[in-house]
Design a protein around this ligand. Sequence first.
Ligand SMILES: [Zn+2]
Length: 591
Amino acid sequence: MSTSGIIEEIREKTDIVALVKEYVPSLKKAGRTYKARCPFHSERTPSFTVSPDKQMFYCFGCQSGGDVFAFVMKAENMSFSEAAQKLARRAGVQWRATAMTDEDKLRLELKKALEFAKSFYHEQLLSSPGAEQARKYLAGRALSGSTISRFELGWAPADFCSLVNAARRQGFSEDILYRAGLAARGANGIRDYFFGRVLFPITNHMGDTIGLGGRVLDPQGQPKYLNTPETPLFSKGKVLFGLSQAGPAMRKGGKALLLEGYMDVIACHQAGIDWAVAPLGTALGSGHATLLRRYAPETVMMFDPDDAGLKAAVRGAAILMDQGIYAGLVTLEDGLDPDEYIEQRGREAFEKKLGQTQDLLNFQARLILSRHEGEMSKREKTSAAAELAQTILRQPDAIIRSEWVKDAAHLLKIEEDSLRELINRSQPQQRYEAESPQAREQALPAVDQREDDLLGWLLKAPQYLALAEDEQVLQCLSQSAAALVRAMREALDCGVAEAALAADLASRVPELSGLVHRLAVQDVPHDFDAAHSIAECVGNIRKQGLKSKLQSLTFEIKEKAARGEDSTALKQEFMRIGLLLKSSRVNKEHI
Ligand SMILES: [Zn+2]
């Protein structure tokens, strides 16, 4: 079977609603579509929509959208063929390896280079005389030999070119080493990206090595931690260190332990607490939350109790909460890191700590109380209540929300009713995560509501396309709307079936694909009657166009008169359009 045949077969055998539900369990039916809070950006009210009719998804918040392939690509950070292979397995469709694109070949080459680098660095750590300092450092952190092999830790020699030279001998090109984030470009060609560092291989959830994190040993060395730069494989907002090792235990126990650094994660795993992961030198974001939610509905966040740590934890817990993950917060006393705590006080004491989590509201409330000595003044209570109201407002679970009102009222010693009143008057304001700049750049072309309706309905009933193809109507439409009408005609003339129309249009006019995805998930009115609704909409658009034409003619005629010029032609045009407008009103009676 040809590649496109395989793709079509996968499409036929994959239901987008069932697929999305595997990633977004909260997806709920709402009219003819399904809705949930978006897995791709942080939001409180659901604007992520899936249309079973069109087999498409679209988010009105971040404007991501597409078909089953686009969904998996985005959710898994995969290329098209990787997503297609995954969907093929899921649908029981035989996949043929010949269907590799250039992008896939590149990703495969990058993975090979990273795999080579990981083994090279691991070998260096185990046996190179130059790695003595690194071996001492790891022994000093109480890591056993088997832990070092399990995480395949490595050592990057300090001479700038060990890896590049070894990789060249194995036939890896400079370009691949550079694009894998293993080499940097210098004045005299490429050199190693990592040198003089202990290395921590970073894998995706499938266990592929996609990057490295490095800790410098020289106390003067900067920066202390260095990760692979962003590459086609590695995006630090979507990776968690330790995920491939912790994944099975997270699934089994339904819980993830979220720590701050590589060493914390490794120390926990060595102690048998094998459900620990950490983000890579970046604040927790919605990409991490999406990843976590696929493994466990609950996350325990452990962090430094200093000011920065507390702020980051509250912010992170709110992001997890937005995505429906239950977050429990816990800190360790006496300024100990998890690895120090386990070493000094033992695994049991540490596990006991993990059982003493607080939810976000209680944690925040106690934090506020701890800042005040003695009784809070009325004004202090008001501002504390306002701060907690924001957290309560963000909680998507109604039962937890009402429990939180009780907890907050009790802790602040205020009336529940007045807190409820405050919450009802508050608007959710603080966004912990800004909309991505990409989302803003991809803002949709301007199309007004009437055009939106028309295009959406035509997508559902393309047999009435001719109604919109009138030159007069096309002139009244915005450029993008008119372009879409023309593209629909092209598609229909090519024999594209109604069910495949949206997907076809998205690839036929890629610059309008965002618009197409949005239209495809748009709901129709309850009493939708395609012929009538489309004709009425076309009539209204035509009328609106004629009216604005009349307005501008009136203006031009006045201007000409003011300049003492002849305006006969304009007046005739005015009459003609006036008549058209009148007849369009009469015509409406016949529809
Ligand atoms: Zn979104």
